[in-house]
Design a protein around this ligand. Structure first.
Ligand code: 4AD
Ligand code: MG
Length: 434
């Protein structure tokens, strides 16, 4: 191979008509069937699928024999001529004159008879990610992340990084993974929020995109033990400002997926509409009434139980905020209302359709004395928050921020049943391999 008359092209380029008619394609043989003297190979190359046909007798150097002998998921190179064909997926096919198996595949283990459970598919995740639905989900996830990069850049937020080995528990001790760090116990980061709070005094508006770790004992369709979080924190900003950032971000993510990944949404059987802005807001008390009406009562002060949150989520058609959570359901750093010391200036961003929480955010206590007394009233070890506290002695303005889960957001936008499908190699209570 290497004749200059063939132009290197992707499946997407061929289908869109931007390359051709003489093209070279490289990819994997996703499917094959033979009809007499014709072999049809559906070639997958990461951008899409294109039908390749090889006709006996018209090829050079054994292309027909190579195509006929090729096995599912072999890596192949093809050269040929693009032509319109109404019967081919996408309306075009490449009539190949050259077909080379670059690296053959053994008998493909993911067959209808072998796949008896979703867990088998995840045991074989290193291979099953080549399936059309997994590919569509990964591309939507990438679009969601790309939208975040653009959104924050356009709105003046600086991207930062933070450590993964940490000492403080941002979201409480119960879901910490700890490990030995040269004889000292350290934890894997649950959230980069504290580092963002330090960085905002240097950069004013920051955001971060990195993995978070939670020793979640719950086996649910929305929990991973390792997931990616997008977090943002802003100085001189209250909780109202914070919710505006969140709805702007999520809107942008949906807008981008609709604009650029409509084919992938279709592959997943998902219809997604742009949610109207501003997102509706309801208070915790209102959500509690709604949940009670749906048959899911809970005590004031409790975090909203999963079933109740699901019931409330099902009453809405688009994403919405639940605001004003009780302090007893929130982490120690949350600011409360001056006239309502048991209610925090916080919100969860909730997806409709029963999906539930996508993001949590709030306004933080910026006063040193107030944070000290909160820490002692909750019997927390002040020494493990020493630097976090010290920030409050050096010009800490009112500030707010949030964290939104990338896989939860992808799950909702892509319409995936389980969060693990939004992760290339998911980590859950029962899975750390492949
Ligand atoms: O609600 P969380 O625990 O909030 C925080 O960590 C804050 N410190 C963030 C901040 O204000 N900077 O986590 C934030 C989001 C959740 O809303 C959820 O989308 C996701 O992270 N998340 C998980 N996603 C998958 N699996 C888990 N076990 C998750 N735990 C949280
Ligand atoms: Mg939360």
């Amino acid at each position: 191979m290497g004749s200059p008359s063939f132009e290197r092209a992707s499946a997407a380029e061929v289908l869109s008509g931007t390359r051709g008619p003489m093209v070279e394609l490289k990819g994997w043989a996703a499917r094959k069937h033979t009809v007499g003297g014709l072999v049809f190979v559906l070639l997958r190359d990461g951008t899409g699928y294109i039908q390749v046909s090889v006709k006996k007798g018209t090829d050079s150097a054994g292309a027909f024999a190579a195509a006929r002998a090729s096995t599912k998921e072999s890596a192949v190179e093809v050269r040929g001529t693009v032509r319109d064909d109404a019967r081919a997926p996408g309306g075009k096919e490449v009539a190949a004159s050259e077909f080379v198996v670059v690296s053959p595949a053994d008998s493909w283990p993911i067959t209808k008879t072998a796949v008896r459970s979703a867990s088998y598919l995840f045991d074989k995740r290193h291979l099953s990610i080549r399936g059309p639905k997994a590919i569509a989900a990964m591309r939507i996830r990438a679009e969601v992340i790309g939208a975040a990069f653009d959104f924050f850049r356009e709105n003046g937020f600086q991207l930062i990084s933070a450590p993964t080995f940490v000492q403080a528990a941002v979201e409480g001790g119960s879901t910490l993974f700890s490990l030995d760090y040269f004889g000292k116990k350290v934890n894997l980061s649950q959230s980069a929020q504290f580092y963002e709070e330090a960085a905002l005094a240097a950069l004013q508006k920051v955001w971060i995109f990195q993995p978070a770790f939670r020793a979640e004992k719950s086996k649910t369709p929305k929990h991973l033990t390792e997931f990616w979080m997008i977090e943002s924190e802003q100085a001189f900003a209250d909780q109202q400002d914070n919710m505006r950032v969140q709805e702007g971000l999520l809107s942008k993510m949906v807008e981008r997926v609709i604009a650029n990944r409509s084919q992938d949404l279709k592959t997943l059987g998902r219809t997604m509409r742009q949610p109207p802005l501003p997102f509706p807001r309801m208070t915790y008390d209102e959500a509690r009434e709604l949940a009670k009406g749906e048959g899911y009562p809970f005590e004031w002060g409790e975090d909203i139980p999963t079933e109740a949150e699901r019931a409330v989520s099902l009453t809405q058609k688009s994403p919405f905020f639940i605001t004003d959570y009780p302090l007893s359901a929130r982490s120690f750093y949350h600011m409360t209302y001056p006239d309502r010391p048991k209610v925090t200036k916080s919100a969860d961003l909730i997806a409709p359709e029963g999906v539930g929480e996508l993001a949590t955010g709030g306004q933080r206590i910026h006063d040193h004395q107030e944070l000290m007394s909160r820490i002692s009233s909750q019997d927390l070890p002040a020494e493990s928050f020493s630097w976090y506290l010290e920030l409050r002695k050096f010009g800490m303005p009112p500030h707010s921020g949030f964290g939104i889960g990338v896989e939860r957001t992808t799950r909702w936008i892509a319409g995936l049943r389980h969060i693990r499908s939004a992760s290339l190699f998911p980590r859950t209570l029962s899975r750390v391999s492949p």
